[in-house]
Design a binder for this molecule. Structure first.
Ligand code: ADE
Length: 283
């Protein structure tokens, strides 16, 4: 996969070099380019924003800067912006290749799936979900356009449809100063699902949301810590009981914290009985 990010704060994206993403870069599974939007700005002051048409507070990012930037990035006409991994991981043996992660059937009709995917983080976008992360983990080329201030002139987004499949996405119902942190969030959620990047396949098959439920609690050794014991079933060696216990913990947590998710989850008879025992009633 290749990820390009256009931003007026390239250093904000430095965390992409570290940890999991840095490792993916080293493994050659990921290439990342971070591009300073100002290098497409013209004029003595390299201005990237202007006052909103129709008046009002804040500033809007200029189409004359974003247009050429997105044209060049789509065409691969960018140099010297390649991000190197910060990690010396290359010599570590790897024995955890992933396989069999579901294919994608996501494209709305009429879109050319060979076009790169342009993701524009904005609080007015569609909520980003684990399902998006799963689908986008199969993309060859994702470009992020980081807006600041009051956003990017809408014509940039409209025009970008000629060269990209465009998605405006929000990472939650709150307002950040700009899209950079959202890019870090989305990139991490997507890259960890690229086959081979994460340690083992089960760890994301059991992720929260992957079956529509939240994951339950986890424990490790020692068995007793500060007088608190690991739930007995987990040290019983009975895998059937462990699986059922985990399922119930997952149902219980989802019921307590995100009951609205239960409506969309696959529940069998035993799940429903357990939930009803907790006071859940299916609508
Ligand atoms: N930019 C500002 N706020 C945002 C949000 N909630 N999600 C994505 N991008 C943003």
């Amino acid at each position: 996969m290749r990820i390009d990010v256009a931003t007026i704060f390239p250093e904000y994206l430095d965390p992409l070099r570290h940890a999991l993403l840095g490792k993916a870069i080293e493994q050659g599974r990921l290439n990342v380019g971070v591009h300073d939007l100002r290098s497409w700005a013209t004029g003595a002051h390299k201005t990237v924003d202007d006052s909103p048409a129709g008046g009002g507070p804040g500033m809007v990012m200029k189409p004359e800067v974003w247009g050429p930037a997105l044209d060049d990035i789509a065409a691969g006409n960018t140099e010297g912006s390649e991000l190197a991994s910060a990690l010396p991981h290359l010599n570590r043996p790897r024995h955890d290749e992933l396989e069999g992660i579901g294919g994608h059937s996501y494209e709305p009709t009429g879109e050319d799936s060979s076009l790169p995917l342009l993701l524009v983080p904005t609080p007015t976008g569609k909520p980003f979900t684990q399902d998006d992360a799963r689908q986008w983990s199969h993309e060859e080329h994702i470009v992020f356009a980081c807006g600041r201030y009051e956003g990017i002139d809408q014509r940039v987004i409209d025009d970008a449809h000629k060269r990209y499949r465009v998605r405006e996405v929000s990472i939650g119902d709150y307002v950040l100063i700009g899209g950079e942190v959202a890019v870090l969030v989305i990139a991490e959620a997507v890259v960890r699902l690229i086959p081979g990047v994460l340690g083992n396949k089960r760890s994301h098959e059991e992720d929260s949301f992957s079956d529509g439920l939240l994951e339950g609690p986890s424990y490790t050794k020692p068995r007793v810590w500060r007088e608190l014991e690991i739930p007995e079933v987990l040290t019983s060696g009975n895998h059937g009981l462990v699986d059922r216990w985990r399922r119930e913990q997952s149902l219980k947590r989802t019921f307590e914290r995100r009951p609205e998710l239960l409506a969309g989850a696959h529940l069998d008879k035993a799940d429903i009985k357990y939930l009803e025992g907790l006071g859940w009633t299916s609508a």
